[in-house]
Design a protein around this ligand. Structure first.
Ligand code: FAD
Ligand code: A2P
Length: 277
């Protein structure tokens, strides 16, 4: 499926200026895939931000959706991590892209999951369910994250173990990256902690992020000191219900929600807009 991204009027076929070329595609499960595209030379973004991407419909009209950029800001390509929604207007098409195809990318990055939206601290928690790991796939690969924080803890929860694979492989690759070990010493693995859990299938670590924080299980399992609003910062990305529940748990621990304009102890972004929301 190589698209020329035709304009909708009856005039001569033109290539839209926002077209980018797919360079690779990886299918992780029946419902999850990641892909990389060329990066417009002029596109600058802060790791953790999202852009609008899409494909034309049968009439050439763009179907655009918000997508977190999963690659860090130093990468010469852009990576995205995507759900395949059965009958989803965009993803029922997007799941079939191949290297060489074009997608539409509106190069106006925005978002709240950026390091500048948090006050300085020592520990940074990334709390994600499902494809909500995408902005953290960017931030985990950005050296700026480790310059600002002594320790980063990636908590990712999915229903099943196979849904954790994209994140697990990414963390594994980071820990084996000779450049990061050179930059941050051989104990880099202790600076990037990973706590993957499942809720509907047995795996080494189980349970919802809310429960594992509120009960103190994650601290006990990783041998970490208690939460403190002085030192702990967090970023949340999941369904609306997840975001609301994690926010309540963090507020109970004394952390406050911040924003780009008013940095505080944690920030939140929806991983998707649910039915009827
Ligand atoms: P839609 O009509 O958009 O969605 C149909 C239904 O599918 C939704 O009502 C919801 O119930 C469900 N759904 C949609 N997306 C998801 C999801 N990611 N996980 C679980 N259920 C979902 N999606 C990604 O796959 N990767 C991203 O990095 C990503 N980043 C986003 C960032 C922001 C700020 C927002 C608001 C959304 C993001 N999304 C992301 C969701 C994305 O915009 C689309 O909704 C998704 O690609 C499905 O598009 P669609 O047209 O096929 O179906
Ligand atoms: P659970 O299996 O207990 O519902 P979903 O696919 O429904 O978006 O869920 C993705 C993951 O997020 C699942 O592991 C799910 O756990 C968990 N989850 C869903 N809602 C919440 C919530 N409100 N608080 C904490 N975890 C949640």
């Amino acid at each position: 499926m190589t698209l020329d991204l035709p304009v909708t009027d009856a005039g001569p076929k033109k290539v839209l200026p926002d077209a980018q070329t797919v360079t690779s595609v990886t299918h992780w499960t029946d419902s999850l895939f990641s892909f990389r595209v060329t990066r417009p030379a002029s596109l600058r973004f802060r790791s953790g931000e999202f852009v609008m991407i899409g494909l034309p419909d049968d009439n050439g009209k763009p179907i655009l959706r918000a997508y977190s950029i999963a690659s860090p800001n130093w990468d010469e390509e852009l990576e995205f991590y995507s759900i395949k929604v059965p009958d989803g207007p965009l993803t029922s098409r997007l799941q079939h892209i191949k290297p060489g195809d074009n997608i539409i990318l509106r190069p106006k990055p925005v978002g709240t999951l950026v390091l500048d939206a948090l006050l300085p601290g020592k520990r940074l928690w990334f709390l994600a369910t499902g494809t909500g790991i995408a902005p953290f796939a960017s931030l985990m690969r950005d050296p700026e994250t480790y310059e600002r924080y002594e320790q980063v803890i990636m908590m990712h929860t999915c229903r099943t173990a196979e849904e954790l694979t994209y994140g697990a492989e990414l963390v594994q690759n980071l820990r084996n990256d000779p450049l990061l070990s050179e930059l941050y010493g051989e104990d880099f693995a202790k600076r990037l902690l990973y706590y993957p859990t499942t809720t509907r299938e047995d795996s080494p670590l189980m349970g919802r992020i809310t429960d594992n924080i509120a009960s103190g299980k994650v601290l006990a399992d990783l041998a970490l000191p208690p939460f403190s609003p002085e030192t702990d910062r967090a970023m949340i990305c999941g369904s609306l219900a997840f975001n609301v529940d994690v926010k309540a748990v963090l507020e109970e621990l004394g952390l406050r929600e911040g924003a780009n304009s008013e940095p505080k102890e944690f920030v939140v972004e929806k991983a998707f807009v649910g039915e009827g929301v």
